[in-house]
Design a protein around this ligand. Sequence first.
Ligand SMILES: [Zn+2]
Length: 482
Amino acid sequence: MTDYDLVVAGGTVVTASDMYRADVGIVDGRIAAVGTGLRGQRTVDAQGLLVMPGGVDSHCHIEQLQAGGGADEETFITGSTSALAGGTTTVITFSTQFKGHGILKPLAEYRRRAAKAMVDYTFHQIITDATDEVIFNEVPQVVASGVRSLKVFLTYDPLHLDDRQFIRVLAAARRTGALVTVHCENYEAIRWRTAALLADGRTEPKYHAWSRPAVVEREATHRAIALAEMVDQPIQIFHVSCPEVADEIVRARARGLKVWGETCPQYFVLSADHMDRPGFEGAKFMCSPAPRDAAASEGLWKLVRDGVLDVVSSDHSGWSYDSPVGKRANGTGAPFRDIPNGVPGLGSRLPILFSEGVSKGRIDACTFVRLTAFNPSRLFGLYPRKGTIAPGADADLVLWDAAKRVTMTNDLMQHIIDYTPYEGMEVTGWPVTTIRRGEVAMKDGIVQAQPGSGQFLARGPYDMIRPTGNVPFGFDASTFLV
Ligand SMILES: [Zn+2]
């Protein structure tokens, strides 16, 4: 008797809270049962493997439109391929706004482009120009369409918002029931230090880190939290690079605020020294905030164990090293200020975190699942459809060989970017099969999903991001359209 379309048999199921031997029975792309002795029309043998929820990468830049025209090199097809190769089945990418323009048209364009995806997807809506039209008219429409998170930058030309604009975004999110995610660095402080470094002839990639020390990230994190507290709007701090920044989140939580923190694999395994490689090579490791040092990295592990940093995303960013539209867009001699920021990481996120975390004994496998699938699903309104292995959930699974040793190369990443910052890195633990909504989408490194098979995930209202109700003097200023 076959009760299931597909049974993943004999593996060790790992969820955010449990780890046990069981079969997973799948019907119509969803998990129908977790138990023993299940029989299906087809069986995938998972003996000796971990069976975990497919990765949910809640921060990756794919086919993002550029202000000057064109888009990121990484397309929804190549980005999906890299994601599936690395065990990730859901991504949250970005719809951006250009100053002087609205957000509805670009979002429609992203929806059109993302229709080619092979992983399930949704968007964070970036706000760079908080005009009345955008804040009062367009944001409510975007949120109602299922894009239930707004992203802001407190630094970068021409993206950054000043405090008043940021407050208006926070208030709009509170009115519409969206989460706000924040890139925290102090815009003016970085500009000032950058001008001084360039005046002193210090232009090489390594000075990228010098231009934005941890204090500029800590200051902006503190400010973002304080303003969110005033508005009573839940926020997630993106890509926390070191413990002194995370301390701001610890303090906020002690006051009862809904503030969450994300970090990324690069902050565990890269440091400012990587940007000091000879010639232009340091550009491969440039991202913002800048990677710090070994002590900061080790400190981040304690923070993920304590649950202060509860999401590990890739912040995948598409810039090839040798391409005229990539890191060398402004020439090989370009000062650090003019070198595109960001490192690729969609395919390497899970292997690095598993190897450095689980294989090296810093976290257990359940914590790995919490950081990479369960928590991002809950925080962004995708749970319980995504992020767990339970009846009713989408059958998104990654079958993981915890003992497999792999030397990482760019070819294994299967992204369009021409390098990985982790070339030559040895990892223990590797994804051998990825199943997306009941379909084997990757087996032994061969991605076999069809373009267009990914689905847009419209996100409805959810409790986790409900405001606390505590506003100064009991006066909720966000109810006024100011
Ligand atoms: Zn990013």
